[in-house]
Ligand binder design. Structure first.
Ligand code: NAP
Length: 396
């Protein structure tokens, strides 16, 4: 099988570094190498087509009433339909998941009518409660496509078996989450340019005839599409908190949107030097600078502030904000505050920003748009954003 040599070499180097460091008790997760970072060990969720054709996500987000209620009122008929589908899908997936425990080589499909059903999956480990199955099921339904979307828990040592299984059992595509987003490149025949800056694969397309596998990353597209259409990015200054996977998706989207400068806020500027070099070479028209995140005092130059750290996440640090209120208020009044975290729906950062009338974007829109982009890759068609978002909100 052909392997993307460049990414594979990086993966091998990172794996070797990780092994060496773990034997000396060091953690590599904060290090960067050649502009790329080793796979994070922190559990997390983890591009440019007719962007204009999507409806504005603001209709569904960032108001003070319950978001789900608003969407329910607007789309009551679809909502009922989705409810039923989700329940049916859940029961079926529970059955299938039980069969998948143990060696994935022994997985057998339960569909007697496999020819007419397209099969998709999410692989990663651990998968826990994933919104992907609900979002994708709703998307396929909106397209009238008869499809299944299964969760296949795949620890790294089972990755080879799972990929073989997916190829030989008629799957059309799959999503990839931690800790496999880089390791999966070893099994791909081609890697789309969307994965370059993000340095991770989250979507794979399988040619069911030739068994050719192509990997993509849809996070940068998801990030960009969630920004309100009226908010101009060209010539603006962006501030990004964090330098991990989500931050790289944001960098990629913002650089492609011709922002003038991207300021990276990190816990350790020294660790960012190689990343900065890589970004300056890759996006020569954009100025990149790095600052200590704990020394943020003045954000008056920033037009769009992005939180791409896990600070504010449910179960991790929901009561915290990466930027305290006094510093946040130094942003210009017309600045946009974007938090990539989708659970809770409104992080503390978003709550403070909304209290002071800043425009905001939540991670939920990014999450749904990246899934929508995956379905565009798999099916060549655009599923319904609203249906997918309702499914996500219903199941969060
Ligand atoms: P990651 O690769 O681990 O990166 C997180 C970054 O946050 C790290 O690189 C680190 O940057 C910074 N960071 C971590 N802990 C910090 C702390 N205590 N203080 C300051 N900075 C800290 O994780 P990720 O995959 O980018 O995910 C980050 C968040 O985005 C998660 O909440 C995840 O759920 C969310 N996410 C959402 C979507 C979506 O579609 N909405 C997609 C992907 C991720 P430095 O090392 O430079 O300090």
């Amino acid at each position: 099988m052909a392997i993307n040599k460049e990414l594979y070499e990086r993966y091998k180097a990172m794996k070797a570094a990780k092994t060496a460091n773990s034997s000396t008790g060091k953690n590599t997760s904060g290090n960067t190498s050649g502009g790329f970072k080793a796979l994070s060990s922190t559990p997390s969720l983890s591009q440019t087509s007719s962007i204009e054709s999507y409806s504005s996500p603001n209709v569904y987000s960032d108001n003070n009433t319950s978001e789900i209620e608003t969407v329910q009122q607007n789309y009551s008929s679809q909502f009922v339909g989705l409810n039923q589908t989700s329940i049916i899908q859940n029961n079926k997936q529970d059955e299938i998941k039980q069969q998948y425990t143990g060696n994935v080589e022994s997985i057998q499909t339960t569909n007697s009518n496999t020819q007419t059903i397209q099969k998709f999956a999410l692989i990663g480990y651990p998968l826990g409660h994933s919104l992907s199955e609900y979002i994708h099921t709703a998307g396929f339904k909106s397209l009238g496509i008869n499809a299944t979307y299964e969760l296949i828990e795949t620890p790294p040592e089972k990755l080879s078996d799972t990929v073989k299984y997916l190829k030989s059992n008629g799957y059309t595509g799959f999503n990839v989450t931690i800790p496999l987003k880089l390791a999966v490149t070893m099994f791909l025949d081609e890697i789309d340019s969307s994965a370059n800056t993000v340095n991770a694969i989250n979507t794979v397309m399988i040619d069911t005839q030739t068994k050719f596998l192509k990997g993509y990353n849809t996070d940068a597209t998801g990030f960009k599409k969630a920004i309100p259409q009226g908010f101009a990015l060209c010539g603006k200054i962006a501030g990004i908190l964090g330098t991990g996977g989500a931050a790289r998706a944001a960098i990629c989207a913002l650089a492609q949107s011709q922002v003038k400068e991207i300021k990276l806020y990190t816990r350790n500027v020294a660790n960012c030097i190689e990343l900065l070099e890589y970004l300056r070479k890759t996006y020569q028209s954009v100025e990149f600078n790095a600052y200590q995140i704990d020394r943020i005092r003045d954000l008056s130059e920033i037009n769009i502030l992005v939180n791409a750290t896990p600070i504010g996440m449910q179960g991790v640090s929901a009561d915290y904000t990466p930027v305290e209120e006094p510093e946040l208020l130094t942003l210009p009044a017309d600045a946009l505050v974007y938090d990539v975290i989708y659970n809770p729906k409104k992080t503390k950062l978003i709550q403070i920003a909304q209290r002071h009338n800043y425009q905001t974007v939540t991670g939920m829109d990014m999450l749904v748009y990246q899934a929508l982009e995956a379905q565009r890759i798999w099916t060549g068609r655009t599923p319904d954003f609203k249906d997918m978002k309702i499914a996500a909100l219903e199941n969060i």
